[in-house]
Write a protein that binds this ligand. Structure first.
Ligand SMILES: Cc1ncc(COP(=O)(O)O)c(C=O)c1O
Length: 373
């Protein structure tokens, strides 16, 4: 799905030098590269605080701990997402409250959030799925009305802009109380291992995030809170500093590939190409089709046999996953999520797709549809 080697080859001189410099410096943990990356990401996102950490799952967990959420508190999130979002809610013994998503943007449905709010609700976790921002203006208004925290799961949309109705433009992940992201290698800003970060404009929350990510330590060997050990390696920070400089150009390359796909599929019956949400630009972490009347398994097999990778993000809604089944939910409760899980198919999406590759992918897919008519 992602050609990370070709991407690396274009920046290998810079990367190799940066990695070797870290090795020679011996500043492997919390070294100057981490500090520089932190401040460069703060400038890029125009956010007051970036707290680097070990991965995107930790970022979400540390955010929830820093906000003081307590066992039994309800946290509303989208059912159609990667498991990490609900996993950390459950791990902290908070109650995940799942809601359905919009069939066009795949992002959390604001009316479904409204309907799920109870006196126990303490936070909303919108996920900016596949590279587009959730409807943050409406979510922030709802959160304000009910005095709820908002934690943005921005693992898939770093670099996306959200435009408010008054024209104000901000980066995804900097709108809620806290934003969390992942630098997993295949993410839009990916390192060469695990990595993550948490963002906030609130000084007190930032201090809590830093303390919790570092064993709850306020000064060395003095632990005021129960924390975790979650750090971004200096080597990964050095790699991320270089890749951050290319992030907008990477988003443009992804958009070019998306437009190629859109044009190729525009007259093909049974294929719905990704909708663009007017308040967000799209950074295309994934390019996801919704199939109608097409045998997805047969199509996927046909593509794979011809060396075209295609993935199902996500095959099972959270409420039907064994670990997350509970008596509150049953089959049919989330019609949009359930239907998407049955009908979505993601095509290769990355920064290095050539016109030749895109032509091959689209022609292969279209040939399946023509042959099975
Ligand atoms: C929506 C979402 N949330 C959270 C995560 C967790 O990130 P990580 O794999 O870095 O823990 C991911 C990525 O895998 C994700 O896609």
């Amino acid at each position: 799905m992602v050609d990370l080697v070709s991407q690396y080859e274009k920046i290998q001189n810079e990367i190799n030098t940066a990695v070797l410099n870290v090795i020679r410096s011996a500043a492997y943990i919390n070294g100057p590269e981490v500090k520089s990356f932190q401040s460069e990401l703060e400038s890029y996102l125009d956010v007051k605080h970036v707290v680097p950490c070990g991965n995107g799952t930790d970022a979400l967990q540390i955010a929830m701990m820093a906000l003081g959420l307590k066992p039994g508190d309800e946290v509303i999130t989208a059912n159609f997402t990667f498991v990490a979002t609900a996993e950390v809610i459950a791990l902290l013994q908070l109650t995940p409250v799942l809601v359905d998503v919009d069939p066009d943007t795949f992002n959390i449905d604001v009316e479904a959030i409204r309907a799920a709010i109870t006196p126990k609700t303490k936070a909303i976790v919108p996920v900016h799925l596949f590279g587009q921002t959730a409807p943050m203006e409406e979510i922030m208004a709802l959160a304000k009305e009910h005095n709820l925290y908002v934690i943005e799961d921005n693992a898939q949309a770093i670099g996306a802009d959200y435009t408010f109705s008054d024209g104000r433009k901000v980066k995804a992940g900097t709108i809620g109380d806290v934003g969390a992201t992942s630098f997993f290698p295949s993410k839009n800003l990916g390192c060469y291992g695990d990595g993550g970060a948490i963002f906030t404009n609130n000084d007190a929350i930032a201090e809590n995030l830093r303390v919790i990510a570092n064993h709850g330590q306020t000064r060395q060997y003095y632990h005021d809170k129960i924390g975790v050990n979650s750090r971004l390696d200096s080597i990964q920070a050095a790699i991320l500093r270089i890749k951050l400089r290319h992030l907008d150009e990477y988003a443009a390359a992804r958009n070019r590939a998306a437009e190629f796909y859109d044009n190729a599929f525009k007259d093909i019956k049974g294929i719905k190409t990704p909708a663009r949400f007017k308040q967000s630009n799209h950074v295309f972490h994934q390019y996801t089709l919704v199939l109608d009347g097409i045998d997805r398994n047969a199509l996927r097999e046909y593509l794979m046999e011809r060396d075209v990778p295609a993935m199902i993000y996500y095959p099972v809604p959270l409420h039907l996953q064994k670990a997350y089944r509970d008596e509150r939910y049953t089959d049919g409760d989330f019609p949009v999520t359930e239907s998407l899980c049955e009908n979505v198919l993601s095509l290769p999406m990355q920064t290095e797709l050539s016109d030749e590759q895109l032509t091959y992918i689209t022609e292969t897919l279209i040939s399946f549809i023509k042959n099975t008519k």
